[in-house]
Design a protein around this ligand. Sequence first.
Ligand SMILES: Cc1ncc(COP(=O)(O)O)c(C=O)c1O
Length: 463
Amino acid sequence: MSLEPTGGPALAQERRLVTEIPGPRSRALLARREAAVAPGVATMLPVFVARAGGGVLVDADGNSLIDFGSGIAVVSVGNAADRVVAGVRDQVGQFTHTCFMITPYEGYVAVCEELARLTPGDHEKRSALFNSGAEAVENIVKIARARTGRQAVVVFDHAYHGRTNLTLALTAKYMPYKHSFGPFAPEIYRMPMAYPYRWPTGPDRCGPEAAAEVITLIDKQVGPENVACLLIEPIQGEGGFVVPGEGFLPALAEYCGANGIVFAADEVQTGFARTGAWFACEHEGVVPDLIATAKGIAGGLPLGAVTGRAEIMDSVHVGGLGGTYGGNPVACAAALGAIRTIEELDLVAAARRIEAVMLPRLHELKRRHPAIGDVRGRGAMMAVEIVEPGSTAPDPATTQAVARTCHQAGVVVLTCGTFGNVLRFLPPLVIPEDLLTEGLDLIDDAFAQVAGRPGHDRVVTAS
Ligand SMILES: Cc1ncc(COP(=O)(O)O)c(C=O)c1O
């Protein structure tokens, strides 16, 4: 069997459609999937991937699709990136697992050192490694409670923090995430989010007004002395790529500091260069006490982390954190490869360049298509919110139809948002600019096809 890579950056960086989408091989695999895989695990676009790299996904039928999803913001360094593959290969040949809690190894420590170096703030830090974003967020709650001796956790409208039982309690959206899975953990308090597009007095006043409202609600309904942590995504992911109104995050961080509340950032989706900074908190100069990371940290291998102030992390009793696989040596090797790739290729700057290409183009699209109510995002985390023209009423049907039209044309885009009406774009940070532009052209065509011009009939397919 050949060990030569057949995917990764060496793949031809082109869109190529050789069958309908999905093609016959994917359809055959889909039939097998339906018989063997639980339907609760949904699939957005049933093309079965055979190889991937750079900015493309190549399916079992030989179609090459432009990737504007990065496996939900994971393969920021590109799929099967050279340094990730090399690190993983080297590590699996040495040992695959010992359990860090039994007999440790260097890779785990090295990843924690990198997290201390890269995350915001120059204070002393410690990290603990886990297997996923949800597991990292769960541990934030444990650590904050251990530190403060308090129980309450403050979260926000539109938040997404994962699918385990505790993180479902923290997550806002009921369908499909929470429906029929309760009861959920108590002592979770949900607050209004500074959502500029939907803020009643307008985007400019959103940040300060929303912060004042949240602070009043905590003061009057929870009691700051009961709050262990305030947990927030510095840019919301699943909830609709909501970039909080300016001033919201700093005001909340200051309030937390003044009241002994742990300020915790969920940077699972926004971290590791995605937004044009190593971490999205940096855009507003906010330094979290604790930070959860996963996704982009390890180039596609499962790894999550909590990084935080040493005095907070050290307050958990010895043996209180961990898990059999947390910080698995292969995942750590992948993370070290991904981090070096981000630095060597300066993918922070690459994310900013992606923003510089996408943002004006999406604004221009908005001027032509009244179905686009809002354009937002930072770096390579961009979105358009789709509404009934002339209003702010969410239009999930058009959103689905545009997404499907994009898929048929060979560009993988994702949807999100509490109202299911946000089209989100998360290209790998290594995507070549011509593919980025071609993907944007296809999105433009999809809007023309589905939403038409003002006054024309819209084609709406069922979601
Ligand atoms: C902000 C945020 N937090 C937590 C999670 C959960 O991460 P995971 O799916 O790795 O458990 C996600 C996943 O999409 C996320 O976007």
